[in-house]
Design a protein around this ligand. Structure first.
Ligand SMILES: [Zn+2]
Length: 378
């Protein structure tokens, strides 16, 4: 199975290679010296669809954040009077009422983006999130967003499959890594050139590490099934209480105990998973990385060994000022200080530019071939 996929992956690489020469990538502009990072994981709005006005966000980026992804949150926390009375919850932990998919988020993000001047737009990569990955019609929503707002989106996500506290609250039931609806979404993302940011907890909360997590093996199999799709695994699978615990790995890995970084190492070294990237966004992830001198050294060594596969992001939600926006970046300083200059640049800036520049070209090409108004105008 694996060798089949490897062959398929190699064939896919050969098949797409000539396309890279059809349209030259935009000339790389020199990055201003003041730029600290590009934000590969940023939520403009929160769980009740409120957030930072787009012009305020550009001011927050200022000269410190070069480029940024731009997405809302696909799930809306219901304000259920029977559950919380007059208290209006703004976060999923503040109510027992369900979360539901709020597809209008995509129109909102598109309109915010389109309200900007071209030079301002050039700094942003909007993402589609407002679909239910457990619905076989999800892919139709994504296609409809692209055809309604051509010239806007670079990817899909962040959307979640398994997420602590969240999955069980979703109206209509949770998503699954084995649901063909998700395969349809990832197939289409590959076809259209959309970058995917996927949140999937690597394990259950409070895991004991006594066996390889089901969520990890299913995730690996999912990634293997989609070699033509660029997929960023958000937060390397970690969460608030999904911790990097050593796991007894079973026969497949020689019976050894694996640390979280060992598991990530196996993933990145698998030649059939060259299309997979990791983001180290979220202050909850930073806290594990900088927990001790040993964790700092191990994390830095891991990043130095795989500089082209890891992207920095904040995972901030609707920030009010630049200090808030830079906080997660500052938390990572002890690790970044140990990176080679090349690795540091790649993780903070270079990988974002490479992945999202390609996505912009590919998605515009798909729109040119598939959207009537774009076909007519060019
Ligand atoms: Zn996020």
């Amino acid at each position: 199975m694996q060798s089949c996929l490897r062959v398929a992956a190699a064939a896919a690489l050969i098949a797409v290679a000539p396309l890279a020469f059809v349209q030259a990538a935009p000339a790389a502009k020199p990055v201003a010296e003041t730029v600290l990072f590009n934000d590969s994981h940023f939520h403009l709005t929160n769980y009740v669809q409120q957030g930072t006005p787009i012009r305020d966000y550009l001011a927050i980026m200022g000269d410190k954040i070069g480029r940024s992804t731009l997405f809302g949150i696909p799930l809306q926390q219901q304000w259920d009077f029977a559950n919380t009375g007059n208290f209006a919850p703004t976060y999923y932990l503040q109510s027992d009422a369900p979360l539901y998919y709020y597809s209008f988020t995509d129109a909102y993000i598109a309109m915010q983006y389109l309200s900007l001047a071209p030079a301002e737009r050039a700094r942003l990569d909007p993402m589609i999130t407002g679909f239910d990955p457990a619905d076989m019609y999800a892919v139709d929503h994504i296609r409809r967003v692209l055809t309604t707002f051509p010239g806007v989106f670079s990817g899909i996500g962040e959307f979640s499959i398994h997420k602590e506290f969240v999955s069980a609250k979703i109206a209509g039931g949770p998503a699954s890594l084995t649901n063909p609806a998700l395969d349809r979404v990832l197939d289409f993302a590959g076809e259209a050139g959309l970058v995917v940011i996927l949140h999937n907890d690597i394990d259950a909360p409070f895991a004991k590490g006594d066996s390889l997590p089901n969520s990890l093996t299913q995730m690996r199999d999912l990634l293997l099934r989609h070699p033509r799709t660029t997929i960023i695994w958000a937060h390397t699978g970690l969460g608030r209480i999904v911790k990097p615990v050593p796991t007894s790995a079973g026969a497949e890995y020689g019976g050894h105990s694996l640390t979280h970084l060992d598991i990530m190492e196996h993933l990145l070294e698998n030649p059939a998973l060259r299309h997979v990237y990791l983001d180290i966004s979220w202050d909850e992830v930073a806290k594990y990385a900088v927990a001790s001198p040993e964790s700092i050294a191990r994390t830095a060594a891991f990043i130095n060994a795989h500089p082209d596969r890891i992207l920095f992001g904040t995972d901030n939600v609707a920030p009010k000022d630049q200090a808030t926006q830079l906080r997660v970046f500052d938390m990572w300083k002890p690790v970044f200080d140990l990176l080679t200059p090349e690795a540091s640049y790649a993780v903070r800036i270079g990988n974002y530019n490479r992945l999202f520049d390609k996505a912009r070209l590919d998605v515009r090409k798909w729109e040119k071939a598939n959207v009537a108004t774009v076909k007519a105008s060019k």
